[in-house]
Design a protein around this ligand. Structure first.
Ligand SMILES: [Zn+2]
Length: 334
């Protein structure tokens, strides 16, 4: 019997799942992603979580044929490592992945992809609806996409296709992105940047709020996070105003994706969307038909919840061995 493993390496949690050759998930495990001291600690956690999932599945890691990995970036695909991960502490400069995983399984088949491309593969292999033209968008610490056109995943020569978080949505460039450029989608809408955007909006439009904002605060150090802002929805006029503005920028970005790729559906995952589905998705769907000239797709929450990337990593491994989407994928999920 052949077995396959998938790993979702995120900034907060590292997850693994193991499937047999029918694509049925037979083991899974989760550990917290260490925040240091170095990248080796993260590598060790990846290996441990794969061992945990194998133990639950009752198999030895050496019986794994292929490991798929969906990871935070940036990735150096040739070296099989993450270099200077954007959303982990600065002491973590390099996380070796492919080499140590090959040693663990005693083989050389490790497929490394970014988490958004991996999420798309999860939807296409294990999701409820998998048309040839679809997009998976993650709204999390950052914003990214995996895009399928005519049934093909668009990766680009260096794997960086779909870096939509750095798409220009605001030509006036009120917000500066983490990448240093102005007006990028994720500078307004990612979990890391929403508090800074709220602070900037407050300086322009001070209004009644219970959030700890002041007109003299620095956007580098806003004393609340995105979750706290969303928790004030419906009771705090300023929070509602910020959420409305976030919806506008998300809709601009989604409309650009629709006109560029003509998807039949856009599935959205990532912690910001998963934790606030109506507050994120309703403002997008309300605006999209006014903004899109062509077919207006449904923008909906991923059908695989927080498991979308680990299922995508498994799909990545199964696809590498020629397996195809099961007829009734819900029966095969964990
Ligand atoms: Zn950017």
């Amino acid at each position: 019997m052949e077995y396959y493993a998938g790993v979702d390496l995120g900034a907060t949690n590292t997850r693994a799942a193991v499937a047999d050759a029918t694509a049925t998930v037979i083991g899974a495990a989760t550990r917290s992603t260490p925040q240091g001291p170095t990248g080796i600690a993260v590598t060790e956690t990846v290996l441990s979580v794969v061992r945990d999932a194998c133990e639950e599945a009752g198999i030895d890691p050496s019986s794994i044929s292929v490991v798929g990995v969906g990871s935070i970036g940036p990735l150096d695909l040739a070296a099989g490592v993450i270099e200077n991960p954007a959303n982990l502490p600065d002491t973590i400069d390099r996380i070796p992945l492919s080499g140590p995983l090959k040693s663990l399984i005693g083989g050389d088949r490790v497929v490394l992809r970014n988490d958004a491309d991996t999420g798309l593969l999860g939807e296409r292999f294990y999701g409820e609806y998998a048309p040839d033209d679809m997009i998976y968008v993650t709204i999390s610490s950052g914003v990214g996409a995996g895009v399928a056109v005519d049934g093909s995943l668009l990766s680009g020569w260096d794997g960086n296709a779909g870096e939509i978080g750095h798409m220009l949505v605001d030509p006036d460039g009120m917000m500066t992105c983490g990448c240093g450029r102005d007006g990028h989608w994720e500078a307004y809408c990612s979990g890391n940047n929403i508090p800074k955007y709220a602070q900037q909006l407050y300086e322009q439009h001070p209004m009644e709020t219970d959030l700890p904002l002041s007109s003299t605060a620095d956007t580098a150090d806003v004393p609340f996070d995105a979750a706290e802002l969303f928790a004030h929805a419906g009771t705090d006029p300023f929070a509602d105003y910020v959420i409305e503005r976030i919806g506008k920028w998300n809709a601009v970005g989604m409309a650009n994706l629709v006109h560029t790729y003509a998807p039949l559906v856009i599935n959205v995952g990532g912690a910001v969307a998963l934790n606030n589905p109506e507050l994120i998705l309703d403002p997008i769907n309300e605006r999209l038909s006014e903004m899109v000239l062509t077919n207006v797709p449904d923008v909906q929450l991923t059908t695989l919840s927080g498991d979308v990337v680990v299922h995508g990593a498994l799909a990545s491994a199964l696809l590498a061995d020629g397996h195809t989407r099961p007829d009734n994928p819900e029966q095969f999920r964990k």
